[in-house]
Structures are given as C-alpha cells and as structure tokens.
Design a protein around this ligand. Structure first.
Ligand code: IVH
Length: 695
C-alpha cells in the first residue's frame, strides 16, 4: 500500500498492520520536515500540513498505543543540534548589512557618509554597486597562497568548518599562484546555485526519490552542509567573491581594484558590478538590475552599495554588526493573495499583544507562508483586515511575512470588523495602551505565563546565554512541567537530570551534553547578562554601553539602585551616557526597582560568574576607560567620527561635562561645556592634543 492510500484510511478502520506501516512512514517524513525546518531553515511543507501530519500520528498512536515507535515524533521535543561540523571562530567577524528600502534611505546613506567624513558636495564620492546574491556567505582562508580553511557565516562570530566541501567548488582555487598574495588572506563571497542547475537537480532528486528543494538558495545550503563532501562535489555550486576578512596586508586601494585583483587570482567576481556616483547614479543602476533580475540565471534580492575608497571604508568603520560604508538596497517584496482564516493574539516578553494572521498556505517568492504579522491594533484598523478576508501577503528578504491589505469585496464588507481584545488572552489581565504608544500591553506582569516563558526564551537566545542544545522549545516544555520557573533554575537543571532523562527526546547523552553546555555558560560577560535580562528597550548595543560604563555587575547594580533618585549625580551620569536617554533610563530603573527582578539577579549571582567588561585587547590606549566630551567644531574630523574613534579606543563619550569627565576636547567656537570644564577643573585638550594622545 503506498503512502497516500494509507493517509486516506480512517484511523478507526485501520488494522494493526496498516497502523504500523503508516507510523513508520510518518516518523520518517516528520523527521525529514524537522531537519529541513530547523537545520536548513528551509521548510518543505506549510505549517498546516506539518501540523496535520503530527495530528495524524497522534491519532494513530492513541488507538494503537503498543505501536508507538522509539523514534516516534511524539517522543521528541525540539530538534537535535546540527551535528557533525567543527566550529570555527572567524578571525574577523562576518558582518551583516543595514537595509535601505527606498530612494530616501539611499540618499540618507550617502548623506551620512558625507557628514561623517566631512566631505563637501564638490568632492566626488564613488560607490560600487554590486548585485546582492541570494546564497550563503562563506569565508575562505589562504595562508601563503594555500587554502587552509573554509567556513560558513554561522552567527557571524563563529561558523562551521566546511573546508572539504568548499574545496569541491570549481570557483574556489585551492592555491593562489600569484606572488603578490599576502601571507594571510581571507576571501569572502556568496555560494549559490544557478536557476538552471537548481531545476535540473530537482528533476534528478525526484527520479531518485531524494529531497526536493524549495528554491536555489535552499538547494545551495543543503548541498554545502553535507557531512559527505562527495555529495557536495556532485552538486553544481558556484561562488562570487566580493569581500575580505583577516588579511596581513590589504592589496588594493579601492573595492573596484580589489575585485579586479580577485579575478586575476582565479576567483569569480560578478560581471554586473558598476562604480556609480551620486544617488541618481545608484538608483539608475538599481532600476536597471531590477529589470534584468528575472532574466539572470541566479537569484538576487537587491543591490549592495559600498564606498569605493578603502581608506574611507576604514575611517567609516562599523556600527554594531554592520559597516557604515555599505548598505543593502532590497528589491521590492514579492506578494501573493490568500485567505486570512483567523487572527490570533500573541503575548511577548514585555507583555505586548501582537496580532498574528493565520493564512491559507500560499507560496510567496518560493517559500510557503501560513502566518504573517499584522503588527498592532492600529494597523488592523487602518487596513481594516477582517477574519475570512482575501488578503495580499508580502515577503521581503528575510523579514517576517506581512499582510499588506485586504481585498475590499462584497464579502469583506459583510464580515464583522475585528475587535482587538482589551484583556490578555493568556492570563486574562487587563491589556492597556499607554498614551502615545501603539502597543497594547498585558498588565499581568509576573503572573502572566506568556510573559514569563518569553522572558526565559529570550534569556537563552543566541545573543544572550546561547546555551547549546537548549532552545526556546525546550524552555517552553520545561516551563510547562515546572522544571524551570526563573532564569537561575536553568542552571539547576543538572540537579534534575534523573527527571529529564525520562522525558521525550532526552537521553543520558543529551543530558550530559546539556550539563556541559551549562557549565560553559556559567561564566558570562556582563554585557550578555544585561542583555539577557530582557529589560524593555535594552538591546545588545545598550547592554554593551551599560557594561562599558559601569564595568562590573556590582558596579552597575549599585549605580542603578542609587540612580533612582532623579536629582542625583548618578542619575545624571546614567542619562548622560551617549545613546541612553531618559526613556531608556526609565525602563532600566523601573526594572531594577522591581523586587522580583532584584531577586532574580541575586539568584543568578549565586549560580554565575559574571566577567567585568573588558575592552577588546587591540584597543588598549591612553584613553581606554576614560570619559570624554567633545565640544565645538572639530577641524580634521566630524563629531561622529571622533566619537566612533574614541569608543574604538575604549573611551566613553558623554554628552555633557561633569566631575566624572576625564577630558574635554575643545574645538572651534566651543561654548558652555568648555567653561564648565574649567570650573570643575577637568582637563581640556585641543583637537591636536587629542589626536596626539590617541595616536
Ligand atoms: S558585502 C561587511 N556584497 O548579503 C560587508 N554581501 O545582508 C559584508 N551578500 O551576509 C557583505 N551579495 O551574505 C556583500 N555583493 C555582496 C553580497 C553580499 C550578497 C550577502 C552576504 C551578507 C548579506 C548581508
């Protein structure tokens, strides 16, 4: 009996043999979907189809409990961690790019660069426009001209060692023969599969009964992350080189020159790269590429603009994880029409109620979408989206799909308008909207289970504690069964090993692995800890600012407790940190003032070692740890450049002068801040003296 016949048989009519056969088939099929979804980020079925398979599995098991297989999907929680590849820490992190969605965003990108570098309008600013290849970025390390390591991007800081797989690509030279090549030379680029090769691969896969890929990107990902490099070798993968990582010497003065060198060294570079200038030049190139997009033999999802001069790139530097000198300009999103079955309200970690649209599954740009965000109450009202409507759904790059509009037909007009709840659907507490806020929040705070779970999930998320083998799904399951209630409980999980071993999807080995992963994370940096707490408005950048400013957990907690006094020096010091305003400070202080949060922190201190903030080693300098204020007009650099440079050297930049200020750098026409410095006896420096001090 083939699979499809099995599926149409009603569970009540099944014989023991039918049931056993179908449970075997379901276990394999669901496991394959799990792998596709969790390890390749490439769902092969819609959520609804997946849920239906699991429900069918559960129904058969309920009727034939003796047939529950050891590998049944019902016995597994979450997913196994992708195993098999060694981890590689990137010598230089692999960064992402900021996004531009409109002509104004591009204009602002150029203006920002000019402001930062203090370039007059008359000075030409060349920008290289490159197609943004929709593939996977990789880093290739050459030492003395030999390829010694190839890695995936991973989370940007560390990826997977896939050297053997990358060696099989024709576009990647194993040796660079050129004599001019620097001793250490890391090349970065995008691995992709052409559309023609993708189509042919799927035909072959179908013939062999192998996996069918949803789009060229998934096919490239699946082919590259094969434990058997022999399989990768059979897959037609290509690569465009476009950037560098660690290099002992930079062999070019511009991006254009760099690409040309790569080409002569045997790499493939994209032939559609152009040097442009001015916003009009970039937009014309963008329009040209967008019109060619459908006829290219590979997928591109936008353009990447990069400042051509490498000395300017160097000066512009980075903001958090993206360079100031480059931006991605995405093509407009792909859309599709479908039916909105239901609007569901989710409750986030800070209590915000978010409406989510459950859709009739539809393919948008090669991916099946069955859920989309509706953002908030006002958006639903503005678009007048009602349950049962036909709607337009849009997917842009890797952002969450969204409902763009409802089709205004007769049926739409007859449906009732959607009424946004004024009570939390999880805990029943009142949900309120503060003046001037778009979000409606559950007031249940700590009694709201949704908030508690979401906070814990945030605590273990990638940029927070990032505990290997312990994801959001596990946290949910542990929470539900009372194994974890507070963050510190997570570190006490090994005490409950006996109980966990008995759980679905766990065994001796996975519990041992969890214990080891927890031990590794017991020592944590102050900035990660602050971020992990999930204080509203405190993201990674703000957490880092706080860690840098206060140095130690004790220092930070003491200061935050003292800063509650609004007129105190310590309060002023907090809001004076560049990047932290009164609103963010308010959220931090409210968080610390909450007794429960203080208890959570006390408890965490018992199980953790929190490392004091350490400025990166390369940044040791005469100004490391010092507080600097810039005032007046600087001549050789703009204020933003001065600030970025000071911070890179480990200094803290403040907006106003106090007795905690170490230096005030005084430019032309300085006013009250220079006077205040004098009054307080704070050391003032001229711009030239500052440059000397900072090398
Ligand atoms: S440059 C620091 N150039 O886009 C700059 N990236 O959204 C690093 N990408 O992770 C990237 N084509 O995977 C650059 N011509 C191109 C690109 C490109 C595709 C990808 C890359 C990166 C992502 C950022």
């Amino acid at each position: 009996m083939n699979d499809r016949k099995l599926r149409t048989l009603a569970v009540e009519d099944m014989t023991l043999l039918d049931a056993a056969a179908e449970l075997t088939a379901l276990a394999a099929e669901i496991a394959a979907h799990d792998r596709a979804y969790h390890q390749n980020d490439a769902p092969t079925v819609s959520d609804a189809e997946y849920d239906a398979l699991r429900r069918r599995n559960d129904a058969i098991e309920a009727r034939f409990p003796d047939l529950v297989r050891p590998d049944s999907p019902s016995r597994r929680v979450g997913t196994p961690v992708a195993a098999g590849f060694e981890k590689v820490v990137h010598a230089k992190p692999m960064l992402s790019l900021g996004n531009a969605f409109s002509a104004d965003d591009v204009r602002e990108f150029l203006a920002r660069i000019r402001r930062f570098l203090n370039l007059p309008e008359t000075e030409p600013l060349e920008i290289v426009a490159e197609p943004k290849i929709d593939g996977l970025s990789v880093s290739l390390r050459y030492e003395d001209g030999r390829l010694v390591q190839g890695a995936t991007r991973g989370d940007g800081a560390a990826g997977e060692n896939i050297t053997a797989n990358l060696r099989t690509l024709d576009d990647i030279p194993n040796r660079i023969s050129a004599e001019a090549v620097p001793a250490v030379f890391e090349v970065r680029g995008e691995v992709y599969m052409s559309r023609a090769d993708f189509a042919a691969l799927n035909v072959r896969q179908q013939e062999r009964g192998g996996k069918i890929f949803a789009n060229p990107r998934n096919a490239a990902a699946g082919s590259l992350r094969q434990l058997d490099a022999g399989i990768t070798a059979e897959r037609p993968l290509r690569m465009f080189a476009y950037a560098w990582g660690e290099v002992s010497r930079l062999p070019a003065k511009s991006q254009g020159e760099f690409l040309e060198l790569l080409r002569t060294w045997g790499f493939r570079t994209n032939p559609l790269v152009r040097v442009c200038s001015g916003v009009d030049g970039l937009l014309a190139q963008y329009a040209d590429m967008e019109s060619q997009r459908a006829t290219l033999d590979y997928d591109i999802d936008g353009m990447v603009y990069k400042v051509n001069r490498l000395d300017w790139q160097e000066r512009l530097g980075f903001v958090s994880r993206a360079p100031r000198w480059a931006i991605a300009h995405k093509f407009s999103a792909e859309q599709a029409e479908t039916v909105l079955n239901k609007i569901d309200i989710q409750v986030g970690r800070t209590g915000v109620l978010t409406p989510v649209a459950h859709l009739e599954p539809v393919t948008v740009g090669g991916v099946v979408v069955s859920r989309a965000t509706l953002h908030n109450e006002d958006e639903i009202a503005r678009k007048d989206v009602r349950e049962g409507d036909r709607v337009i759904v849009q997917r842009a790059g890797d952002v969450i799909p969204q409902v763009v509009a409802a089709i205004d037909d007769e049926a739409h007009r007859q449906r009732p308008r959607f009424v946004f709840p004024d009570h939390c659907p999880q805990c029943g507490s009142l949900a309120v909207r503060e003046e001037g806020e778009v979000a409606r929040r559950c007031t249940g705070g700590l009694i709201c289970p949704a908030q508690a779970v979401e906070r814990l999930k945030h605590f273990v998320s990638r940029d927070a504690f990032d505990i290997e083998g312990l994801g959001g799904k596990h946290i949910e399951a542990f929470w539900k069964d009372g194994l974890v209630k507070t963050p510190a409980d997570i570190f006490r999980l090994p005490e409950k090993a006996e109980e966990i071993v008995e759980r679905e999807g766990w065994g001796q080995q996975s519990v041992r692995n969890l214990a080891r992963a927890l031990t590794e994370r017991r020592t944590i940096s102050l900035e990660r800890l602050i971020y992990a707490l999930g204080i509203p408005q405190v993201g990674r950048a703000t957490a880092r600012l706080l860690a840098r400013h206060y140095g130690t957990l004790e220092g930070w907690r003491t200061a935050m407790t003292a800063a509650r006094e609004p007129d105190s020096e310590i309060h002023r010091d907090l809001i004076n940190i560049d990047g932290i305003g009164p609103a963010v400070a308010g959220d931090i202080l409210a968080f610390i003032a909450e007794t429960h949060n203080a208890e959570v922190l006390d408890d965490l201190e018992r199980v953790l070692t929190v490392e004091p903030f350490r400025a990166p080693a390369t940044q040791a300098s005469a100004v490391a740890g010092k507080t600097v204020v810039f005032t007046g007009t600087l001549e050789t650099m703009t204020r933003s450049e001065a600030k970025a440079r000071a911070e890179a050297l480990g200094a803290k930049v403040a907006g106003s002068v106090s007795k905690n200020t170490d230096f005030v750098v005084v430019g032309a026409d300085a006013g009250s801040k220079a006077r205040k410095a004098e009054e307080l006896g704070v050391r003032t420096l001229s711009e030239a003296e500052w440059r000397e001090l900072t090398g």
